[in-house]
Design a protein around this ligand. Structure first.
Ligand SMILES: Nc1ncnc2c1ncn2[C@@H]1O[C@H](COP(=O)(O)OP(=O)(O)OP(=O)(O)O)[C@@H](O)[C@H]1O
Ligand SMILES: [Mg+2]
Length: 350
């Protein structure tokens, strides 16, 4: 075709409690390349956990972000997380096509803690074991009401949601496309957001399961605001380590350390639950992402409290980009914050 661009693109839109993030990736023959990126912070209480408290402000900020990033963007891949979505994993006899779907639906009805009529279901076959003729199924169930309200929000911004994903699966997708997964290591992908921390486990080189911890960096944000009596704008600068001249760094460190109890004990609890449920001895490796991985002192603190080696994710590791697109941001520094939208934009839309 004469005017073919030779590449297709997908746009990942991540509506977080602290900021909205957008990444447009061109899907080329050789891989992915960043076509546009944008981040915009929301007013402090516009979204709390997964509840949208100020719909107008959220819509206004999404539209402004699109205008300033690439006004041609219409189709977006979005994700939902938290209470609106549940994942489960089970093993059934190997089947294909309609038979597989029926078996999965039957199994879901047996075990689901919700009414199957209230949810939209999707599933992925994680692994097929030919020797014993069984397959492992990952079930994703989204509450219809929650899903509908997220879709309406995005449509009210003048956008078209083409794929709805789950935060944890987007994080896994971003990791899988950037790293060689070592099958001998049990890895925990820990994405620290403002209100939610998604923990996703990889076992034997494959997705194993995921768990949301209801804590993030908001406690740190609030503690800094209170301790240093800052307005939201300056608090947000201080938590990014951008106030080194006017904020005492020892006091900042002490404030951050004192505000992480809930987050760290939430992750510890998730880890011990995982160890008791799965047949693994321990977690070998943490890969940290989300805004929390950029908060000063926090990664070191997590590593020392949990006593597990830790690495900060770079979801742009195997992605091409022009640093100019990031304007005043340093791509390799900001990349962990963009893990979810990058994972979303790695989905093939057509
Ligand atoms: N450049 C940065 N340096 C340090 N911290 C940052 C930076 N950018 C954002 N943060 C902090 O990261 C936190 C937000 O992380 P993130 O953007 O992953 O959350 P979110 O997606 O908005 O929230 P959630 O996923 O819980 O809905 C905020 O506390 C914010 O101040
Ligand atoms: Mg987030």
């Amino acid at each position: 075709m004469l005017f073919s661009r030779g590449s297709k693109s997908s746009v990942g839109l991540d509506i977080g409690a602290n900021s909205i993030k957008i990444v447009k990736l061109d899907h080329t023959k050789s891989g992915y390349s960043v076509a546009a990126i944008g981040i915009r912070e929301l007013p402090p209480e516009a979204i709390v956990a997964d509840e949208i408290r100020d719909r107008e402000a959220v819509i206004f900020n999404i539209q402004s972000l699109i205008d300033q990033t690439d006004p041609r963007i219409k189709e977006v891949v979005i994700s939902i997380s938290g209470h609106g979505i549940m994942t489960d994993r089970f093993t059934i006899d190997k089947k294909t096509g309609a038979e597989a779907e029926q078996a999965i639906l039957f199994e879901t009805e047996q075990r689901a803690p919700f009414d199957v009529d209230d949810v939209s279901l999707d599933y992925h076959i994680i692994k097929v074991d030919e020797d014993i003729n069984k397959m492992d199924v990952l079930l994703v169930a989204a509450r219809k009401e929650f899903l509908q309200s997220q879709l309406e929000l995005v449509e009210d911004c003048g956008l078209k949601p083409v794929i709805v994903d789950d935060d944890a699966l987007a994080i896994y997708n971003a990791y899988e496309n950037n790293y060689e997964i070592d099958p001998s290591k049990v890895t925990a992908l820990v994405n620290i957001g403002h209100d939610v921390t998604n923990v996703t486990y990889l076992v034997e080189g494959l997705y194993h399961s995921t768990r949301d911890v209801s804590a993030g960096t908001r406690d740190i944000y609030n503690a800094i605001q209170k301790e240093f009596r800052l307005n939201p704008e300056l608090t947000s600068k201080a938590i990014k380590g951008e106030m080194q001249d006017s904020v005492d760094q020892d006091m900042l460190k002490a404030t951050i350390v004192s505000a992480t109890d809930e987050l760290i004990s939430g992750v510890e609890l998730a880890f011990s639950y995982f160890k008791s449920q799965s047949k693994v001895d321990g977690i070998d490796w943490i890969v940290l992402s989300g805004g929390g991985s950029l908060v000063p002192y926090l990664p070191e603190l997590i590593q020392s409290k949990l006593n597990i080696p830790l690495e900060i994710a770079n979801p742009l590791r195997r992605v091409d980009y022009d640093p100019e697109l990031f304007q005043y941001l340093q791509p390799e520094k900001i990349a962990p914050l963009l893990t979810v939208p990058i994972g979303l934009a790695m989905r093939k839309v057509r």
